[in-house]
Design a protein around this ligand. Structure first.
Ligand code: MN
Length: 464
């Protein structure tokens, strides 16, 4: 590895360099200005003979050495670049200056220019962000410290972002499930959200609205009181803390209100809380938060802010990939695999569409089969259909550059059932009764051909 040859313009910049910390591999030199010949900065030696080719050659540079020039003086820096190039034409040069830009410097392929102020300023701004997060947490802890029981309330049928954020908040408060339970007015319904609870060991207690009064402290996470109707219970209108990223709503007063609409996930806010307070983030907590951010932003796609990216990156190093896989790919029941086997035997891709009809299956098998079916060669769309209770349930995936899956599914179920989704994922439900009324029998062959025709129509609709 090469050295870094640091050349400072004057004692002041050399002193700044030594304050920030020098490195063993750094060759520290400085060029005194007229009036400062005696002011030797510690650790630095004078560039003997001044700023020229000969003096630089005396440092015995090799091809893998790199240079840093520290100066705010244009002529000085331009001269330095020229003289270095005489010694090594391809030298890598970093210019540290708060007043010069690359435009002020000679053309040189491996030259970068940045300023102390930019570098340090960014770090200081980041520290202030950490500081305000710390302050927020201190306030929350003080506010709730002496409450015997704190309820952490989520929306009905909580999603991964809410669940992970609430779990993180309980960690921040240093409480257990007995003194700070996760509560909701409706149970966790979706199988993938339940998979998160099972994998991490999180319990969401379903309570009746009047039970809310049993909690001395009340925190709303990833939700605001208006979600509970126009006239929510009195206690809900005066929560102690609200932490959310949805648009700010009126109609309630809370002591602490941390609403950041620019964030893609509440889990990113909680990650910042944990970082600012140096709270330990173990693999389970990191995985839950990572999954929360991932699912609310659809894998850092839609509505992702730089803050979400930073939290995601931070969590990534401590999460458990195995645990994440278990959440995202829950175990398939053998019956589901057998149904998949039968459907695969008849798989074909026509017009870019791959439909797999599974028969009667557990509901969580369907989206996983849809994921897999999109991998078929030539497939732009995959549709997995299963019978659950008295409904046909189907999951739809696409490659992303075709018509939005949500729009297509809404067109397909129109007048028959319900459905919706996003750009590349969607879900629909058609009661068997409604299907039979329109298409006759609901056997596999008929389901496949009816849905195939309906999807072809819906996919091509916007081409009109
Ligand atoms: Mn959310």
């Amino acid at each position: 590895m090469g050295r870094r040859i640091i050349i400072c313009d004057g004692a002041e910049s050399a002193r700044l360099w030594s304050r920030i910390g020098t490195d063993e591999l750094e060759e520290l030199t400085w060029v005194p200005r007229d009036d400062e010949a005696r002011a030797r900065p510690s650790g630095f030696r004078i560039l003997q003979g001044g700023l020229n080719e000969e003096a630089i050659s005396k440092l015995d540079p090799s091809a893998d050495d790199e240079y840093a020039l520290v100066s705010d003086d244009g002529p000085w820096t331009r001269l330095a670049v020229r003289e270095i190039r005489k010694v090594d034409e391809g030298a890598a040069i970093l210019v540290l200056s708060d007043s010069l830009t690359e435009d002020d410097l000679p053309e040189h392929p491996s030259l970068r220019c940045t300023g102390w102020r930019t570098l340090i300023r960014d770090d200081i701004n980041e520290e202030f962000d950490h500081l305000s997060n710390l302050q927020r947490v201190v306030t929350i802890r003080e506010l709730l410290g002496d409450r015997e029981k704190v309820g952490i309330l989520l929306q009905p049928d909580p999603d991964p972002d809410g669940i992970a954020s609430a779990y993180a908040l309980r960690n921040l408060l240093g409480r257990k499930r007995t003194t700070a339970p996760l509560i909701s007015f409706g149970e966790v319904r979706r199988p993938e959200n339940q998979a998160l609870c099972d994998a991490i060991g999180i319990e969401v207690r379903v309570i009746a609205p009047e039970e809310i009064n049993e909690f001395g402290g009340l925190v709303l996470v990833d939700v605001q009181p208006n979600v509970f109707g126009d006239d929510p219970p009195e206690r809900l209108k005066q929560p102690d803390v609200v932490i959310d990223h949805h648009p700010e709503r009126p109609g309630y007063s809370s002591t602490v209100r941390d609403i950041r609409t620019g964030y893609g996930a509440t889990a990113s806010i909680l990650t910042e809380y944990l970082r600012a307070t140096h709270t330990e983030i173990n693999a389970k907590l990191a995985t839950a938060l990572l999954y929360g951010i991932k699912s609310d932003t659809q894998y850092l796609g839609r509505q992702t802010s730089n803050k979400d990216m930073l939290s995601f990156t931070y969590l990534h190093s401590s999460h458990s990939p195995a645990l994440l896989r278990r959440i995202e790919r829950p175990a398939l029941p053998i019956g589901g695999l057998q149904a998949l086997g039968r459907a695969l035997a008849k798989a074909e891709v026509r017009d870019g569409i791959n439909i797999l009809v599974l028969g009667r299956v557990r509901e969580d098998v369907i989206p996983q089969v849809a994921d897999m079916a999109l991998q078929a060669e030539g497939a732009e769309w995959s549709i997995a259909v299963g019978t659950v209770d008295r409904n046909l349930v189907f999951s739809v995936r696409n490659v992303g550059y075709v018509r939005a899956a949500g729009d297509v599914v809404r067109a397909v179920v129109e007048g028959l059932g319900v459905g919706g989704g996003h750009r590349s994922m969607a879900k629909g439900i058609i009661p068997l009764k409604a299907f039979r009324e329109v298409y006759g029998r609901a056997n596999r062959v008929q389901i496949k051909s009816a849905l195939y025709d309906a999807f072809v129509r819906a996919i091509n609709e916007d081409a009109k």
